[in-house]
Ligand binder design. Sequence first.
Ligand SMILES: *[C@@H]1O[C@H](CO)[C@@H](O)[C@H](O)[C@H]1NC(C)=O
Ligand SMILES: *[C@@H]1O[C@H](CO)[C@@H](O)[C@H](O)[C@H]1NC(C)=O
Ligand SMILES: *[C@@H]1O[C@H](CO)[C@@H](O)[C@H](O)[C@H]1NC(C)=O
Ligand SMILES: *[C@@H]1O[C@H](CO)[C@@H](O)[C@H](O)[C@H]1NC(C)=O
Length: 306
Amino acid sequence: MWPLLVLLLLGLASCVKTQLLFTTIKSVDYNICNDTILIPCLRTNVDELSQKNMYVTWKFRGKTIFYYDGIKNQSVPIRNFSSAYIILKELLKGNASLIMDKSQAIPGNYICEVAESTRVGETTIVLKYHDVLWMSSNEHMLIIIFPMLAVLMFWGNGIVILKYNSNITKEKIIILSVTGLILSILVIVGVILFTPGVYSTSGTTGLGLIVVPTIILILCQTSMFIIVNGMHHISIILWAIQALGLVITLTGLSFSISECILVHGSLLISRLVITALVSLLGLVYLIFVVCSKKKTIQPNNKALNK
Ligand SMILES: *[C@@H]1O[C@H](CO)[C@@H](O)[C@H](O)[C@H]1NC(C)=O
Ligand SMILES: *[C@@H]1O[C@H](CO)[C@@H](O)[C@H](O)[C@H]1NC(C)=O
Ligand SMILES: *[C@@H]1O[C@H](CO)[C@@H](O)[C@H](O)[C@H]1NC(C)=O
Ligand SMILES: *[C@@H]1O[C@H](CO)[C@@H](O)[C@H](O)[C@H]1NC(C)=O
């Protein structure tokens, strides 16, 4: 009889001492893509729960940032964490996870403290912030390199025209130079803003500044061909390819700018590569035209000299 009683008492004592246990979650990560932050706090030894006996406290840097009082059935977020809340239905299942707006989240140690009748327990979760790459380093590099090549080709085209086309007017030279300068400045500023490769306002502005000059480039290329060669069918074909590509660029750009992780990046990049390639083709073609014109002029000159 006595040993049984002792066992019963021991059992009772251990019951009274029972600590609330939690699923061990050391840390959670978030990045710029998270709109809301969820800091998990999950109890393991859950039995029938009554909201009346519950008292949940969330602490950060030693201060209470949120509490839920089961007797009053009241959730209270405090000061800088005004967006914080828990879901009551989940709490009754032993899930006291705290949800808050990303703008109010601060990386660090969060303590979740749950009291239920005579049992209490707490767990600490570390909230960590990670910078996330907007795109892969390859995509990043290509987006920078090809627009710069395209601008270099533009200057190449301009130089060929100025050197070999004597009947070009001063106005046209000025227009071409100013356009070239604007293009170069836009791309350089764009590259500087875009180089960190992090999704941000300046990053998306940079991407826009890099991509949008391709429109100017297309207009310029067309006018250069018309200056040199008249409305030739090759000019028209090149222009048509560029115009088609333009639609793809703008579609790719609008996707890229609105997403925190680059989607349809290959669309945008293939487009930038095409712009640069067409500029290169344009340059080769221009040199070809200029050379063949010279060849046809030189024999005539010789004939005149005789
Ligand atoms: C952030 O979002 C990711 C992906 O949706 C998710 O796995 C992660 O738990 C979120 N982090 C936090 C702290 O809510
Ligand atoms: C506690 O409050 C929530 C809303 O805050 C309500 O939905 C729920 O019914 C309340 N529970 C009790 C037992 O009053
Ligand atoms: C709330 O935020 C302000 C600045 O945003 C800061 O100075 C203050 O210390 C914060 N208060 C708490 C309790 O964290
Ligand atoms: C805990 O509750 C949150 C909402 O507060 C929910 O998103 C999450 O999935 C729940 N976790 C589990 C393990 O039920």
